[in-house]
Design a protein around this ligand. Structure first.
Ligand code: SF4
Length: 454
């Protein structure tokens, strides 16, 4: 079967890790001669890269699949693929639910897509969910942006947070070598990428599984060491990283971030709950006091740093008083951004089996109250930008106003200002902030940092 001019479409659900995996799989499909089709109904290979972090995320893919499964009855050579965390969680069961599927592949198999599809084109229905060691990619990801890029540094997670499905679906921690990470970043620098986000479910665990330890018995490779090792990659002007874990967040890392000029002063450190008994039940491995000390230490070294986090409300057994401890922590810390969610029982996680589940009413009431406070605090935090000059990396045109461009400050604040995207894309522009909103800013361009080679 010829693959030239055959077309593919990828729909991605969920987190940055999934988006990065989709870019890798798109790169493989293009390397196989497929072309991207904006419209899935014109594609010959349809791939859904799925998320199962909460039930509503999981349910989304089934409605999409239903439509394409019908289409397959009229177009038998249509290839249907489910990748990502629902694929890993459901495996064979997904074939029973949607017999029209050709390939079910877990996240660890993302860069084996070519071999798996060749088996499908050979007439097989394939399920690839067995744990594997993730080899380095041989094909270039097809990245959505030409300015910012994601680079995986560690796959999987060895933690056992009692609400989280990630360890079951993404497997054990697998760190890439510092050399492989630096090589990918150097290539990105040569291609003109200005900002790189280093990715890991629990990025502070980086290196624990790599051989070698120092004379003091410390892991030779830690995330802090990696930051020092990749900080001077030519052409890359900004470094970000996500997602941090308070259990392993060190003062050594904070000092490094303060010292290394390219590291953006923005930290994403999920706290999940402000109550110690709930944190214990979640098996998070820290207290709210420890979390507060981390934020205080960050603000000691970088007073203006942006702090974002994730929080869960309505965890099994959470009392009104315990929920109020979460509100109190949010009130005290003042987050620039907080991703909030109501607890959703996930298959294969301990907390899903517990008796003391809360009602949907209680959960949505608490979510609403928390979101209300988050917006107030974010608006307060945003005020500090008014009248300041911020450096913004221009990523795109403002979809709502073509006379404006948009990008992010070092503190990860989305910022809009007048400008021509053809001129300013990928440029670092000094912008005087004239308008602040809870989660975004508007300003006037002052100066373009010396035009960097694009
Ligand atoms: S650290 Fe916990 S919440 Fe985060 S991915 Fe791992 S198990 Fe899930």
């Amino acid at each position: 079967m010829t693959t030239s001019k055959r077309r593919y479409h990828i729909t991605t659900f969920g987190c940055q890790m999934n988006k990065a995996d989709s870019e890798r799989m798109a790169g493989i499909l293009e390397d196989m001669g497929f072309e991207f089709s904006e419209d899935p109904n014109h594609a010959d290979v349809i791939l859904y890269n799925t998320c199962t972090i909460r039930d509503n995320a999981e349910q989304k893919v089934y409605s999409y699949l239903g439509r394409q499964a019908k289409r397959k009855h009229e177009q038998p050579d249509l290839t249907l693929v489910v990748a990502g965390c629902v694929a890993q969680q459901e495996g064979e069961a997904l074939l029973r639910r949607v017999p029209e599927l050709d390939l079910v592949m877990g996240p660890q198999h993302a860069n084996r897509l070519k071999d798996l599809l060749e088996s499908v084109f050979g007439g097989n229905q394939v399920v690839a969910t067995e744990p594997v060691h993730i080899m380095e990619d041989i094909t270039q990801p097809r990245r959505d942006s030409k300015v910012t890029a994601w680079v995986n540094v560690i796959y999987g997670c060895n933690e056992r947070c009692t609400y989280c499905v990630v360890p079951n679906v993404r497997g054990v921690e697998q760190s890439r070598t510092p050399e492989a990470i630096r090589a990918e970043m150097e290539e990105l620098g040569r291609q003109g990428y200005k900002e790189i986000t280093l990715l890991g479910q629990n990025i502070d665990a980086y290196g624990r599984d790599l051989p070698g330890s120092t004379s003091e018995g410390r892991h030779l490779h830690t995330f802090t060491d990696l930051l020092y090792y990749v900080h001077d990659v030519p052409g890359v002007e900004r470094l970000r990283f996500a997602t941090s874990h308070p259990r392993y967040f060190t003062e050594r890392l904070i000092k490094a971030c303060a010292e290394l000029p390219k590291v953006c002063e923005h930290f994403h450190i999920p706290f999940q709950s402000g109550d110690n008994d709930v944190l214990k039940a979640m098996s998070r491995g820290y207290t709210h006091e420890k979390y507060r000390r981390i934020i205080d230490t960050i603000r000691k070294y970088m007073p203006d740093a942006s702090i974002s986090a994730d929080a869960i409300v309505g965890f099994p057994g959470e009392t009104e008083a315990q929920f109020e401890n979460t509100l109190k922590l949010v009130e005290d810390i003042g987050f620039d951004q907080l991703n909030t969610a109501a607890y959703s029982p996930r298959p294969g996680t301990p907390a899903a089996l517990w008796e003391n589940q809360l009602s949907e009413e209680v959960k949505s009431d608490r979510l609403q109250r928390l979101n209300h406070l988050v917006a107030i605090k974010a608006a307060e935090r945003s005020q500090r930008y008014f009248g300041r000059i911020e450096e913004v990396l221009v990523e795109d045109q403002n979809p709502k106003d073509p006379t404006q461009v948009m990008g992010r400050t070092g503190g990860n604040r989305l910022t809009f200002f007048t400008g021509d995207i053809n001129e300013l894309k990928g440029q670092l522009v000094k912008v005087k902030i004239t308008e602040v909103r809870a989660f975004s800013l508007t300003g006037e361009p002052i100066e373009v940092r010396q035009a960097l080679p694009v």
